[in-house]
Design a protein around this ligand. Structure first.
Ligand code: NOJ
Length: 537
């Protein structure tokens, strides 16, 4: 990358799921004043930006990803004044604010949809996808909804079906109609005018569908579990014309000062590379979820990183994610012993890290008793709730050992159950423990902030010669270089990394207790240990 380095390249992003971060008014649901109360905590994490999942008015059929007004605030989260205060207070602390934009679909209660469905000749009819049944009476095509059932719902009011690839309450907008794009770009301008620092754009690859809405072919690799995966989404997403839409969004951001960022929710390995744009005129950061998908072995993680390093355009900038509100908690996926290695990996790779709230204290998937299940795909498909449900990774932040973990008042029933471990796994406890995961997280962010090689330097794999270990350097001319060594297993190893340097200084170990100069010809690596070493030439 040339020129001055934008904040979204050198910085770290922290995702807040607002329903679960901090409740300020005792209704059991997190809110904006709650986020305001916790901004100092966030700042002290050493992150540079918060991405807040949707806070717009919504009937909450998909917990805010069904937007009923793109330029409002849901009363559950507070008022526009509360939002302005969060923005101001964040900026005063040097924190950027990224909003979640959900342009692919609206709520079925959005006024646009209400108009559209009101009659076949309503001017907004074409803002959504309305289709007749096929001549034999069957559905307009074979697409499936991600949350179960077909992607079409019949509306008796006008005798046609409308398209929804998630919940039936989330009708999809038609971006082949230029009025729709213009309306969405206006919504973006509304927030950018307020000073918002960018957007994370929901399912950006789905915004354009095949012009003829052709049937998707069967997915030969389907494992038979989730019917939503039984077809290959050949015609329902990643159509070439979507790039025009992404470029239009980027152009809006580029009209504002201050390096506003466009992050796209891209999902498929390799496909995300297309969303930088041929002229780097689309997303600054198309999400890369490969570390979420990779089996947790040194071999698989290294392969994922090398694949990405080889593919990211020369002037594009990588990014990595270990967890979010749609994926099992990283600490549950990799296990407690590896949770520290995982954070060390995320925070030392070349690429903007996006961290999910609670992962900094190792929050785990929380089992949700059937009567408390909230997530629409799980509610709609109880037989596969354990596979498709996302409640376990959305439970309230565990702040302290008080009743309700400091998330909400004692006696209040939080919207999702708290983790049973909150008395022993919480922020307050880990703040007092200089060897906690939280302490490691902060030490890693601090190091990344002060060491240019770690934030913006280049990456090179180092051969370790030992199975299930992974090492790489991060270097930048004119700055100290670093060697990162990660043990993905529970066996100790002696490594010879003398090809990198004769000796190096451990500046951070995952146990936060190992420091000092070591000879790289005989580097002892403990089980499940990660080390960041300073290379002194
Ligand atoms: C992706 C979001 O991350 C997820 O939470 C949501 O359910 C779907 N898109 C639909 O908006």
């Amino acid at each position: 990358m040339s020129g001055s380095i934008p904040w979204w390249q050198s910085g770290i992003i922290y995702q807040i799921y607002p329903r679960s971060f901090q409740d300020s008014n005792g209704d059991g649901v997190g809110d904006l004043p709650g986020i305001l109360q916790r901004l100092d905590y966030v700042r002290n994490l050493g992150v540079d930006a918060v991405w807040i999942s949707p806070i717009y008015p919504s009937p909450m059929h998909d917990f805010g990803y069904d937007v009923a007004d793109y330029t409002g605030i849901h009363p559950l989260f507070g008022t526009m004044d509360d939002f302005d205060q969060v923005l101001k207070a964040a900026h005063a602390r040097g924190l950027r604010v990224i909003l979640d934009l959900v342009p692919n679909h609206t709520s079925d209660e959005h006024p646009w949809f209400l108009e559209s469905r009101s009659s076949r000749d309503n001017p907004k009819r074409d803002w959504y996808f309305w289709r007749d049944p096929k001549p034999d009476g069957s559905l307009p095509n074979n697409w499936r909804g991600a949350f179960g059932g077909p992607a079409w719902t019949f509306d008796p009011l006008t005798g046609q079906y409308y398209l929804h690839q998630f919940d039936p309450h989330q009708p999809e907008l038609n971006y082949r109609n230029p009025e729709v794009l213009a309306a969405m770009l206006d919504a973006m301008r509304f927030w950018l005018d307020k000073g918002v620092d960018g957007f994370r754009v929901d399912v950006i690859t789905m915004m354009i569908k095949d012009a003829a809405l052709r049937d998707n072919p069967p997915n030969p690799d389907w494992d038979g579990v989730n019917p939503a995966d039984s077809l290959k989404p050949v015609y329902s997403r990643n159509q070439s014309e979507v790039h025009e839409i992404v470029r239009a969004m980027r152009q809006v951001l580029d009209q504002y000062p201050g390096n506003r960022v466009l992050i796209g929710e891209t999902w498929v390995t390799g496909e995300y590379l297309q969303y930088y744009g041929d002229a780097l005129d689309e997303c600054h950061l198309p999400f890369n979820f490969d570390l979420i998908r990779a089996p947790w072995t040194a071999h698989a993680v290294r392969a994922a990183v090398e694949y990405y390093e080889a593919g990211v355009p020369e002037d594009g900038w990588p990014n990595y994610v270990l967890g979010n509100h749609d994926q099992p908690r990283v600490a549950s996926r990799v296990g407690t012993a590896q949770a520290r290695v995982a954070q060390m990996l995320l925070l030392t790779l070349r690429g903007t890290p996006t961290c999910y709230y609670g992962d900094e204290i190792g929050m785990e998937n929380i089992p949700i008793p059937p009567e408390f299940v909230q997530d629409p795909p799980a509610v709609r498909q109880p037989e596969i709730a354990d596979t498709v449900g996302r409640d376990p990774e959305r439970t309230p932040m565990q702040w302290d050992a008080s009743p309700n973990a400091g998330f909400t008042g004692a006696g209040v029933i939080p919207w999702l159950p708290l983790g049973a471990d909150y008395a022993t796994r919480n922020v307050a406890l880990q703040e007092r423990d200089s060897t906690s995961l939280l302490a490691l997280f902060r030490a890693l962010t601090r190091l990344r902030q002060v060491e240019p090689a770690l934030s913006v330097g280049s990456y090179a794999t180092v051969e370790t010669g030992i199975a299930n270990t992974y090492a790489y350097t991060r270097t930048k001319p004119g700055s100290d270089g670093f060697l990162v060594v990660l043990n993905f297993g529970n066996a100790a190893h002696g490594l010879d990394l003398s090809t990198v340097a004769h000796q190096a200084e451990i500046v951070l170990a995952t146990d936060l207790q190992r420091y000092g100069v070591v000879y790289l010809a005989a580097l002892d690596l403990m089980p499940n240990e990660g080390l960041v070493l300073r290379l002194v030439q």
